[in-house]
Design a protein around this ligand. Structure first.
Ligand code: FEO
Length: 404
């Protein structure tokens, strides 16, 4: 792997991670993820963000450094925009190889350097508006941008090239290979990064959507020519495209999103599934697009992404031992944690010897600020009358979206 030149003295390094491990221990990454870091060279050299020791990432970074005549021991400043271990996990080893480098982060970031890695010296806390003069005309600026994605996060700015180093903000799942810039990817690859970018946003950042908007406002006065995140492509041809895309995703938190319905269902023996089919017939009659996800067969990562992007949701689950079908309880717990607010929702489901899902469901969604179409439940297999009602419920939800 080689470093890619962004501008004179500004380089992108990255490690591609291909693994069956889950990102954050939760989210599948079947197409991998890139861990990007950056070098800015004046008279002194700064490395912005690091990697964790994951499928050879430190060696990939070392190879990139070697391609521009550097190694870890020649870094003067290590700037940590965000302390999550995907960007910092290798810090102790870096410290061993380079005991003299000064480590810069926000005050909260410095606390995490100490608690995560037990590094106590050579630390400098920076705050909004602080700068670091590397000499040779390279001066880095820092903007505190809390909660993208943890409270300690910041963004680093290099004004000569107009590069904004944003760490998690404007990132995406997916490996990069030997290209990193937006103008190097094909249309098909852009579709891939758009899909994986939305999944990344929904999985990692949806709870912090409001802070994405705040960060964009804070950096609005800068003449941004390049957006350089620490996951996914570097945006130099059209940096505004990824900023606008992220603002669109952030605007979906708590309010209308795409005029589309996510049909999320689980069924033990097919009786709830018959109801789902009837609801879909109703949605189709109204001409609203929909996407179907079955739980637990499909991973919650994609279920969450579709729930985030759609204004309407159908949740279909049978009663299981006097409560909700357990995989749906997990889905709703994730929705609560990820702030899947402000949706229009229809819940349906069958029950066997007794109900119970309804009560359990209503308690689970209390905090979600949803507009609910009245739930529909039936014992055992749905009757013709049940199926008619379910189709009408599907149509009612679709019309509610049309009226948004
Ligand atoms: Fe890529 Fe929140 O770490």
């Amino acid at each position: 792997m080689k470093a890619q030149t962004i501008a004179e003295g500004v380089y992108c390094l990255h490690a591609d991670i291909q693994t069956t491990d889950l990102f954050e221990g939760i989210w599948p990454i079947p197409d991998g993820v890139s861990l990007n870091a950056y070098v800015v060279r004046g008279e002194k050299t700064a490395l912005i963000d690091l990697v964790r020791d994951w499928t050879g990432a430190p060696q990939q970074l070392a190879d990139c450094l070697a391609s521009i005549g550097l190694d870890f021991s020649r870094i003067d400043y290590l700037i940590l925009n965000h302390l999550e271990p995907d960007h910092t996990g290798w810090l102790r080893e870096f410290r061993k190889q380079n005991p003299g480098a000064e480590i810069l982060a926000t005050a909260k970031g410095i606390n995490l350097v100490k608690t995560f890695y037990k590094v106590e010296t050579g630390l400098r806390a920076v705050k909004d508006g602080d700068t670091l003069d590397l000499g040779g005309g390279k001066v880095l600026g820092f903007f505190e941008t809390p909660n993208i994605h943890w409270p300690e996060t910041m963004i680093t700015w290099e004004p000569v090239s107009g590069t904004l180093f944003t760490c998690d903000a404007f990132g995406s799942f997916g490996t990069l290979g030997d290209r990193v810039f937006d103008d190097e990817f094909t249309e098909t690859e852009h579709v891939f990064f758009e899909d994986e970018g939305l999944r990344y946003f929904a999985n990692i950042l949806s709870s912090f959507a409001v802070f994405v908007e705040k960060a964009v406002r804070k950096t609005a006065g800068l003449d941004i020519k390049i957006v350089a995140p620490s996951h996914g492509p570097v945006w130099r041809e059209n940096p505004q495209k990824i900023i606008d895309r992220y603002l669109k995703y952030a605007s979906w938190a708590g309010g209308p999103a795409e005029k589309k319905i996510a049909v999320i269902w689980g069924s033990m023996y097919g009786q709830t599934k018959e109801g789902v089919d009837a609801v879909i017939r109703g949605i189709e009659k109204e001409g609203i697009p929909y996407v179907v996800r079955r739980v637990p067969d499909e991973n919650v990562s994609w279920v969450l992404t579709d729930a985030y992007r759609c204004s309407g949701i159908v949740l279909a689950m049978p009663t299981y031992e006097y409560a909700m079908f357990p995989p749906m309880s997990y889905v709703l717990d994730i929705f609560r944690r990820k702030h899947i607010y402000g949706k229009k929702v229809l819940r349906i489901g069958s029950w066997g010897w007794a109900g119970g899902a309804k009560k359990d469901y209503e308690a689970a969604i209390e905090a979600l600020k949803w507009t609910s179409i009245e739930s529909y439940e039936w014992p055992g297999s749905p009757t013709e009358e049940d199926l008619k009602m379910l189709e009408a419920k599907g149509a009612e939800l679709a019309r509610a979206l049309k009226a948004e």
